[in-house]
Design a protein around this ligand. Structure first.
Ligand SMILES: Nc1ncnc2c1ncn2[C@@H]1O[C@H](COP(=O)(O)OP(=O)(O)OP(=O)(O)O)[C@@H](O)[C@H]1O
Length: 491
């Protein structure tokens, strides 16, 4: 199955092997892993830090994806993960890392969940497979469980869709985006979700994510913007499953494989978050709710979704899962560095693949930029008047063409001109025409992202970094304001 998504044409992708920075003089450390144990590692965030792993005997997997025997895998600065073995294996390890072998892991529970989901898929025979929502506090292992369940489903020959509703971490896209991606091939051991067209040619099949731009750190920050995007993603996924718009090969298989939905930790911590959970359950017709790392959340969810006698035949199964002892708390400094890494990788590639982004000077007037306000929750559509906007900020002046004739119908978005406040920002180039309604612009998928490298207010020009040569399409461009201060990508 494939989904529409990042369709930047004619990408200039080149592959240049990087030199190997790991000192090979030090002999490798050998870990003989007993069956049912896992080797956990954290690579420090020091320049050029790299950990190299090689399975020399037995079998092992990283978050559900099997390691090939005698192949060396490299993990860069900041990488955290675990190599689990069902039957025992020998690992050769080189490079600096905080590491240990754990004997207690919840992998057998996660595997049982996979088998239960397979049972539901087996039964579906033309019907929709399980729609699985994974919730839990920050760093409770949600993304890891999503990755494990996806890897196992792919290994079983399924075509699951992974929906990422955690804006803190992009899946095949930059942070701040929400995505849906059909998986049919192996996941990348080193990079996790593999590569999208903008991430360069690797040995693995390219994935085409459907991308929407949210531009906030948490689903809680702007629920009125978040919820419609969830609805758009749900509609896109289900209509593809139904073969609408062309009946693609593999859609029936994708439909019976179902989807796995990842969420941000903020959603699991309170009332507003619970409303978002209820919205996702309703839009995706979720029938399996996996709760990680919180008794309170599990209890609240069981109460909220416990089936009543009048319920339909497809109730929500709420299942509590143990959090892995390997889950690592990641502080804001780490997350910021991770975001920077993901955004750099979007433009410049990662690992052994380098991309060729392009910088160009563009007139302010040629860009139609719309800013997502921090929250749309307090303003009604009828009360919005850009001229009398209490929240308006001087650096976001309206472009003359928009201030005279076009009166936005609501405060879903605010038309803005480029200003110094946009320096180092990530902007989403959408598929929408700038003249369309704000609802249509919000609901439009993303063609690709550009980075604001420099703003020259005196000349009214902006220097943009784009993943591709050619003019920036004359489309509505959305700025969410987050991730903030991405740092200098081109200096
Ligand atoms: N078994 C494990 N061994 C080592 N590291 C692990 C293990 N499980 C998870 N981690 C690491 O712990 C961190 C947190 O895990 P993960 O991203 O899955 O949590 P999350 O609940 O999705 O977090 P968030 O809500 O912040 O997105 C990640 O860096 C992940 O690689």
């Amino acid at each position: 199955m494939s989904l529409p998504g990042l369709t930047l044409p004619g990408l200039t992708l080149t592959s240049t092997p990087l030199s190997d920075p790991t000192p090979t003089a030090t002999p490798p450390r050998i870990h003989d892993l007993k069956e049912g144990t896992e080797y956990r590692f954290e690579v420090p965030f020091t320049p050029r830090a790299q950990l190299r792993l090689k399975l020399t005997a037995g079998t092992a997997e990283l978050f559900g994806t099997e390691l090939a025997l005698k192949q060396t895998y490299s993990f860069g600065a900041g990488a955290k993960g675990a190599v689990y073995t069902w039957h025992g294996g020998r690992l050769e390890v080189q490079g600096e890392a905080d590491e240990y072998v754990a004997e207690e892991t919840p992998m057998s529970v996660y595997a049982n969940v996979h088998f239960a989901l397979e049972g539901m898929r087996g039964k579906s025979g033309g019907d929709t497979g399980p729609r699985v929502l994974v919730i839990g506090p920050h760093d409770s292992g949600k993304s890891s469980v999503v990755r494990i369940l996806t890897a196992y489903a792919v290994k079983a020959g399924r075509l699951p869709v992974v929906v990422n509703l955690d804006p803190r971490q992009g899946v095949l896209s930059v942070p701040g985006s929400l995505t849906a991606t059909g998986f049919g091939g192996l996941l990348d051991v080193e990079e996790g979700w593999g590569c999208s067209p903008i991430s360069g040619p690797l040995g693995l099949p390219v994935k085409m994510p459907l991308v929407y731009h949210y531009g906030q750190a948490s689903s809680e920050d702007n629920p009125k913007y978040f919820k419609p995007l969830v609805s758009r993603l749900a509609l896109a996924v289900t209509s593809r499953w139904e073969g609408e718009g062309g009946g693609m090969v593999g859609d029936a298989e994708a439909k019976s494989s179902g989807c796995v939905i990842d969420t941000d930790g903020g959603m699991s911590t309170g009332k507003g978050g619970y409303e978002n959970i209820a919205h996702i359950v309703s839009e995706f017709s979720v029938n399996v709710l996996l709760v990680l790392g919180s008794e309170r959340l599990y209890s609240d969810m069981t109460r909220r979704f416990s089936p009543t006698p009048s319920d339909s035949t497809d109730p929500v199964h709420v299942i509590k899962l143990p959090k892995s002892g390997g889950c690592v708390q990641r502080d804001e400094t780490y997350m910021k560095t991770l975001r920077h890494h993901q955004i750099r990788a979007y433009f410049f590639g990662h690992g052994n693949t380098t991309l060729s982004p392009y910088t160009q000077m563009v007139d302010f007037a040629s860009l139609s930029i719309f800013r997502i306000p921090a929250s749309t929750s307090t303003t009604t559509s009828s009360s919005y008047d850009p001229g009398a906007d209490d929240d308006s900020d001087d650096i976001y002046a309206l472009p003359p063409s928009l201030s005279k004739n076009t009166k936005p119908r609501s405060r879903i978005l605010e038309p803005v001109e480029v200003g110094l406040g946009m320096q180092n920002a990530i902007l989403a180039v959408t598929t929408a025409d700038p003249g369309e309604s704000h609802e249509a612009i919000r609901d439009a998928s993303v063609l690709g992202y550009v980075y604001v490298a420099d703003v020259d207010e005196s000349k009214k020009k902006v220097k943009l970094l784009t993943p591709e040569t050619g003019r920036v399409p004359a489309r509505a461009i959305v700025w969410g304001g987050w991730p903030e201060g991405v740092g200098d990508l081109v200096g």
